[in-house]
Design a protein around this ligand. Sequence first.
Ligand code: 13P
Length: 391
Amino acid sequence: MASTTILRTSFLPKRSEWFAPNSHQSTSHLQPTSVSLTVRAGSYSDELVKTAKSIASPGRGILAMDESNATCGKRLASIGLENTEANRQAYRTLLVSVPSLGQYISGAILFEETLYQSTVDGKKMVDVLKEQNIMPGIKVDKGLVPLAGSNDESWCQGLDGLASRCAAYYQQGARFAKWRTVVSIPNGPSALAVKEAAWGLARYAAISQDNGLVPIVEPEILLDGEHGIERTFEVAQKVWAEVFFYMAENNVMYEGILLKPSMVTPGAECKDKATPEQVAEYTLKLLHRRIPPAVPGIMFLSGGQSEVEATLNLNAMNQGKTPWHVSFSYARALQNTCLKTWGGRPENVKAAQEALLIRAKANSLAQLGKYTGEGESDEAKKGMFVKGYTY
Ligand code: 13P
């Protein structure tokens, strides 16, 4: 990408402004700089802002369907199916071709296999999504591995070769990306693990933006643990402070990112449960303290909450005005009933698609603060927490 001297002509913040002396400063010791301001031209800036805004549009959120092959295999095993490419294709065809899905879903995060895959009827999955005005996205991280020198914690791989992968994904139709790293409260978290998570997310975000993809920034604070909501709040404040510190250092343009936080809840094994109002209060307090209003959208993960719980919590957060679009990017809390209803049987496809649409609509209402929680099934109320969950 070219470096160039420019005049500021746009109201948009310019990406990657290298530090240059202000004209009023004494600059004798800094000469000879022949330019007043050197800026790396962010050729995708306008597009990134537009993409992020369109994903963060009223009453819509993200369908996360980017399970790695290993995780997808676990899902398929839960309904007695083998983890074959054909079965993954059948399931993902069902998901992307739900009629009217685009009314409630603005983006779908795909695993690499799906980005390059066709539906069972031979249409590109990406095209089926675009026809419904759903933006295709791509999981670009390469998963978690043990973090040497830490307290049994993890770090997220995937920076090597990321720029060229992002460029190829853009060519294939992806317009946003996702990188999920995790922070464990029972294991610390150590300062090392938090720093590593934040730095990795910041490098990923800068590289994605350079290649036209809106980065979803996801430091998942795992639900694992017996701690109370205050402790989650304390850790979340630390994590988000570091993430924004390093994103600023890496010249990430905040108008062109989306966040995917965990909601602030007690640990899954804590005796005290929190009401949706308490979750909303703590989570909004965290967002107000740590997230600049330039960020267009906060798209929560569900993290093992039941479908109904995730929707009720989101609804509680949307009872007042916020500077951001506060919405969802759920995998389990959108797909669970749908997957169970399908059960791998072609005759159940229609009913399974209706189940997904019901969840998408419920979360759309929650994004608008209008969800009532009435008429939900028992399946939708089942928690899905799994200790040490990977994606
Ligand atoms: P869950 O909503 O199942 O926690 O998924 C998180 C995620 O990162 C999916 O992209």
